[in-house]
Design a protein around this ligand. Structure first.
Ligand SMILES: [Zn+2]
Length: 226
């Protein structure tokens, strides 16, 4: 390449860079102004902490997302450092029963044990005392609700099921996120590879729509500003 040719390329590159900057600025200015303008949604990840939690936390943090982690008590007890990692990454830690049974098939004492042991395991690990509870499979009844209430827990199901537990593709998971409106909550899981892969596009999708990842209010059961 001649020096003149190299200069031309450099000039063209610089011009392209300027163009990109200008385009980004004009296009992003309204988006920035509207950041969170459309409200907040609740991203939730169930069934951890596990061997995939660290990667998920890294991805969420790198993409500026915060989420609620509905942990199983047995895994919180086995991996207390991962519960602390969830907190350190800015996530909110919640109760998803101890062994993930079908709670509606259990008696009150067993339900109580599932919920109370998980509160204890998470608190002992350093995750604080959860305020939110999600029954496994979203299955609940009056007994489950009353036991949860006894521990000061608000029951949280979901508005949108990403189907990530059922083999949903990364595209499909992102499309599920795109259906969320202000205050709504989406069900995802700690373990699917497609969910981990979807995280950057989830962040992009929310930003484009003026939505931010929020915390879940124990008072209303809806996503709100952190
Ligand atoms: Zn679950």
């Amino acid at each position: 390449m001649t020096a003149k040719r190299a200069l031309t390329v450099l000039a063209a590159t610089a011009a392209a860079a300027l163009t990109v900057t200008a385009t980004t600025t004009s296009a992003a200015a309204p988006a920035r102004a509207a950041a969170c303008g459309a409200g907040y949604v609740g991203l939730t990840f169930d069934d951890g902490p596990s061997g995939t939690t660290t990667k998920l936390l890294d991805a969420l943090r790198q993409n500026g997302l915060r989420a609620t982690m509905f942990n199983q008590g047995q895994y919180a007890a086995a991996n207390p450092s991962l519960v602390r990692a969830q907190v350190a990454a800015g996530m909110w830690v919640a109760n998803h029963s101890y062994t993930h049974p079908h709670l509606t098939r259990l008696g009150q004492a067993q339900i109580d044990s599932e919920i109370s042991r998980t509160q204890q395991a998470i608190a002992t690990a350093g995750g604080g005392t959860p305020k939110l509870f999600r029954p496994p499979y979203g299955e609940t009844n009056a007994t489950v609700k009353s036991v949860a209430a006894r521990y000061g827990l608000t029951e949280i199901i979901w508005h949108v099921d990403s189907q990530d537990w059922n083999g949903a593709s990364t595209d499909a998971i992102v499309q599920s996120v795109a259906r969320l409106t202000n205050g709504q909550i989406i069900l995802m899981h700690d373990w699917p590879a497609n969910t981990l892969a979807a995280v950057p596009r989830i962040a992009q999708t929310l930003a484009t729509r003026g939505l931010c990842a929020g915390t879940i209010s124990p008072q209303t059961g809806r996503a709100v500003a952190p």
